[in-house]
Each structure stands twice: as structure tokens, then as C-alpha cells.
Design a protein around this ligand. Structure first.
Ligand SMILES: O=P(O)(O)OC[C@H]1O[C@H](OP(=O)(O)OP(=O)(O)O)[C@H](O)[C@@H]1O
Ligand SMILES: O=c1cc[nH]c(=O)[nH]1
Length: 196
């Protein structure tokens, strides 16, 4: 991560604007759920793996939306959580991150169509770490990527298959995603903060 990017993470914002409301997020989840089903030609072999912190509740919301299209499909049976902490390439530089458990659905990920889910796609380094974490857990047939927001500024050759919203941003800005499961009741929005 560049010095400018680190700066935007560390300083107080000078302004903030809401770019996705709770209703917008809800609509985006519905659309991406349908895109996932369409790309997969159904729900067979689907596994959604959310990256903590906020990728996991997003994966849960997507799985619920997907399961609602198919009687008998249990959202929990196709949802997991993938911790990437120990696979990050900035471990030596970043402040301490506490690993959280990785939890895979009972059927594992071998030969599955795994959809990685995260809130923000930026440098791509988190997703690079996620791909390494997956390789240590099994061999999916396909790995796809769904993100709520793609804010650009990639540092690696990584792209998302499903994007809630493309947000052109400056590196001095920060995208903050608030989801009620992590951030408290009724706190669902995406905000762009400007940093001096
Ligand atoms: O493409 P990248 O440059 O890797 O950035 C994207 C990642 O950054 C954020 O996570 P963060 O590390 O801030 O942790 P958090 O999810 O716990 O807030 C976000 O949730 C993504 O996982
Ligand atoms: O702006 C950013 C960059 C990385 N991760 C975020 O959550 N927001």
C-alpha cells in the first residue's frame, strides 16, 4: 500500500458523503445474487466465502437471497468465512490484526464454485491473500469474486466478477462500509471520506 493510501487510512476525514444508502445496498445484494445464479446456471455447487470483517455478513445476505430462489436450499449450508490474516503480504508493516476463525460449509470447497465476497476492492492485496488461503484449503472448480464496491487503484492483476458499485476515488479518500451485523442496528450505508 502506498504512503498516500496509508495516510487516508490514518487521518481524520475532512468531509464524508453517502454513496450507497441501506436501500441501495439491499438492491445491490439482490442484483448480485441473481448475477451469481445466472453465471452458475443455478445454485448447484455454490459456496459463498465472506472475508472478515464485512465480507462475511455480505456473504450471508447474498446466500439468503440466493436460497430464497430455491425451495429447500439452506443459506447457512452454502456460506463460510475465510480469514486471510496470515496470508497478507503486509503482515510485517501493518498494525496487529487478530485472526478470526475460517469456517467452511460442511461440504468443503473441493470441486465447488466458490464466490469470494468482500465489501471493498482496492489494491487487490486482500483478494490475493484470499486466493492463497483457498489454495491451502482445497481445490475449487471455479473461484469468482463479488464485491459491494470497487474503488479502483489496483496494484495486482485482480478484477471482480460481480460489482455492486464502481466508485471512482482518489487515493486520499477512504471508502467506509457500514453493515448492521458489524456496525450496529440500522447502520447500513457506504460513505466516501475525503482526507486532507
Ligand atoms: O483491496 P485491498 O487494498 O486489499 O483493500 C480491500 C480490503 O480493505 C478492507 O479491509 P481492512 O483491511 O480495512 O479490514 P476490515 O475488513 O476488517 O475493515 C476491506 O474490507 C477489504 O477487505
Ligand atoms: O477505502 C478503502 C480501502 C480499502 N478498504 C476499505 O475498506 N476502504
Amino acid at each position: 500500500m502506498s504512503n498516500e493510501q496509508n495516510h487516508a487510512r490514518a487521518t481524520a476525514p475532512v468531509s464524508a458523503r453517502i454513496v450507497l444508502s441501506s436501500e441501495d445496498i439491499d438492491r445491490v445484494i439482490t442484483r448480485i445474487a441473481h448475477e451469481i445464479i445466472e453465471a452458475n446456471k443455478g445454485t448447484a455447487d455454490l459456496v459463498l466465502l465472506g472475508i472478515p470483517s464485512r465480507g462475511f455478513p455480505l456473504a450471508q445476505r447474498l446466500a439468503q437471497r440466493i436460497a430464497a430462489t430455491e425451495p429447500g436450499l439452506d443459506a447457512r449450508a452454502i456460506t463460510g468465512q475465510l480469514d486471510v490474516t496470515m496470508y497478507r503480504d503486509d503482515l510485517r508493516h501493518s498494525t496487529t490484526r487478530t485472526p478470526v476463525p475460517t469456517r467452511l460449509p460442511a461440504g468443503g470447497i473441493d470441486d465447488k464454485v466458490v464466490v469470494l465476497v468482500d465489501d471493498v476492492l482496492y489494491s487487490g492485496r486482500t483478494i490475493r491473500a484470499a486466493l492463497d488461503a483457498i489454495a491451502d484449503l482445497g481445490r475449487p472448480r471455479i473461484v469468482r469474486l463479488a464485491v459491494l464496491v470497487d474503488r479502483g487503484h489496483r496494484e495486482l492483476p485482480i478484477r471482480a466478477d460481480h460489482v455492486g458499485k464502481n466508485l471512482p476515488t482518489a487515493t486520499t479518500e477512504k471508502v467506509r462500509v457500514h453493515l448492521s451485523e458489524v456496525d450496529g442496528e440500522n447502520n447500513n450505508e457506504v460513505v466516501i471520506e475525503a482526507h486532507a
